[in-house]
Write a protein that binds this ligand. Sequence first.
Ligand code: ADQ
Length: 465
Amino acid sequence: MSRLIVISNRVSVPKAAGAAGAQGGLAVALNSALREHRGIWFGWSGQETEEFTGHLDMQRNNGVTTATIDLEPQDIDEYYNGYANRTLWPLFHYRIDLTEYDRNFGEGYERVNARFADSVGPLIEPDDLVWVHDYHLLPLGSMLRQKGVKNRMGLFLHTPWPPARLLVSLPFHERLVSSMLEYDVIGFQTEEWLGSFLHYVDKELGLDVNEDGTIDYNGRTIVARAFPIGVDYKEFVEGSHSTEAKDAYEHLKASVRGRKVLIGVDRLDYSKGLGERFESFNRFLADNPDRAGEVVLLQIAPPSRGDVASYQQIREDLERKTGHINGAHADVAFVPIRYVNRGYPRRQLAGFYRAADIGLVTPLRDGMNLVAKEYVAAQDPEDPGVLILSQFAGAALQLTDALLVNPHSIEHVSETIKRALEMPLAERRERHEKLLASVRDEDVVHWRDEFVKALFGDEDDDVIR
Ligand code: ADQ
């Protein structure tokens, strides 16, 4: 069996078995694949060093080997805070108004990708499969090829892929996208992002895209395909029956004293549509004064990327909006928005989801969105809550039985909240059953197996299990 080399910006070091459930589903799925493949997970340690040495910190934890490097402050500034999070992230989420085009960022991005290639290259043995993750590392494959790596290599992009009309605003976009064609497999979350990529390849690079979506380039055939990521269904359902989940459920239920709960769980990011969500909830309260005292919005939003100004801005915006809305609708014993800036262990989160009557998942643009799937997985099938989901999340292409909304339309979302609150049990059950089937059948293990199979070249069906 081939070894698997996973490469991503950061490495999620596996916890001891007893701490299972504290990690994200992606880390769990990749770690189990790495264990079975005797693989290595390589990436940045998250630590700074005065001068880059390329020193590899190799550790073995719970059957998985991790290899990490430290980066210089300038690297972190230009590559991570710069090109990754101030250029590519906003551009890939259709926010060219927030996209910064700074030559130093581009240079830092290439320098750090080259540093990744220098450091991980020597670890790669001839039969290894290389699986690279996300927008931080688009040119890594081509840099590894330049170092003579001939292995099968794949890239999975967790974000959307923007329309060609937006992407061409990026200086050197041809160079960036051409470099991606050194991978053997390029995976996207949905057919929509895949379509935008193929359109770009056809129109801007002038390459022929075959009927089956493959691309012929420099004598090689590249597979570009959609692999919608899922949640670790089994772990999540088990977790939602745990004591921690039950305690969290009881605690939240007791605290709202019979009121209906709407829940939002998102990294604090402008792509998640939190401002519009709060506005919509405000509209609902204003338009339905008879119900205003009966509903609570619990918004859990851990801060992220705090070194980037647009993230500081969104944080300030939300604090202002929360204060404003609570000021207008609260009374001495009740506030309508509970806004919490912290992370929770996954089992507690499962309990909160289960206690919520509505899952409010309204990103303006999202590669997939796992929260929508977690919300569905955590529900009681006998008395399930209602998922309100943005039509602009990748997940909307699979979760078509959710109440799909345009998150920019405050009225539409407000009316949909009302509809969800009034939805009869039979309809809730019927919708939930279909949603659950999709979340269960296309889970993270399925996603991983499909990708690794494609990376293998579809020759061996039994590559992982
Ligand atoms: P994200 O943009 O981070 O991921 P999402 O898919 O929603 O978005 O995943 C977030 C994860 O973090 C979920 O598993 C969620 O439970 C967890 N989380 C969020 N807030 C939390 C909190 N307060 N406490 C504990 N856990 C919390 C990127 C892309 C997405 C894509 C994923 C996976 O932007 O579109 O779905 O990668 O590919």
